[in-house]
Write a protein that binds this ligand. Sequence first.
Ligand SMILES: Cc1ncc(COP(=O)(O)O)c(C=O)c1O
Length: 366
Amino acid sequence: MIEYENLGKANAAFMDEYRERFNAVLASGWFVLGKEVAAFEKEFAAYCGSAHCVGLANGLDALFLALKAFGFEPGGEVIVPSNTYIATILSIINAGLVPVLVEPDIRTYNIDPAKIEERLTKKTRAIMVVHLYGKMCDMDPIVALCRAKGLKLVEDCAQAHGATYKGRKAGTFGDIGAFSFYPTKNLGCLGDGGAVTTDDPDLADRVRTMRNYGSKVKYHNERLGVNSRLDELQAAFLRVKLGKLDAINAHKRALAAVYRERIGEGFVLPSLQEEFFDVYHVFNIRHPERDRLRAFLLEGGVGSDIHYPVSPNRQPALKGIIDEACPISEEIHATTLSLPISFYHTEGDIAAVCERLREFAARGRA
Ligand SMILES: Cc1ncc(COP(=O)(O)O)c(C=O)c1O
């Protein structure tokens, strides 16, 4: 069986180092917001090319606190892609703001910059882009639009650790970048974790204060905050993993190249563009008979996943908040299939997946 993902196997190469760091944190007797968190923040900011990083409890909080840090009045509108993970949209709603959906480019699956302007109103405060599946959005027109209209720019980088656009890393284009370190991510910890990156010292300071009950000095609360602290163990694991992130991304890119070489005809592949360095958090293909294809792969011992099966505008939780049709997003959600592309998969595994895919395509032609 070639599983879609197996986090034990994906982390096997790092276990000895994890154990060493685990023992050191246990021995230190300090478990939340300490030296490991501070060191990780410094190292991750340097890796991304940002002046500041603030470690948080998860990616949803990173998005939420990024928005809260701007201090927008309730009811302000935030532009967001219609085909994202629910967390992006929830962060806007939870911050008392209004999500305004913009459809993606069907070739890149990322927000279509040409469709943003028509959705701006007097109430628009920010654009929140999502670098979906490990590919960055087309940032030049989006950054230009934000500058021209005086809008804040937030990047959801939960799927794009180390991805670049024109040589610059995700999380360095907007006012603030938000990351998740959920275990499946390219930079995943062994539990929940998140962070923001920013060059703005005031934004960093506000998020840093809000993550710990709005307090800088113990028991003195200057803002309405939350508890969104990163713990020492996760930070220690993340420091180990950060040292391997480029190798993880390179491995995934090599596996993606095998897919491209061997997959054959009949499937829509992720787009390839010059000046984009994609890190393939997800390698998705599209096929009109996605569910039949998925079952066929499984019968042949190949696992897969769907990111995501339901378009946000069709989620019951968002009924009454988002009721518009999003045909492009819905088309993507109905046809997309994510193939195995974990750090532990070999090129041989991917060749075997491709063989099964070619078999499916050949049956369709017969
Ligand atoms: C695009 C995107 N945004 C936000 C999140 C939220 O991150 P977390 O699960 O760490 O809260 C995730 C992942 O889960 C994601 O994929």
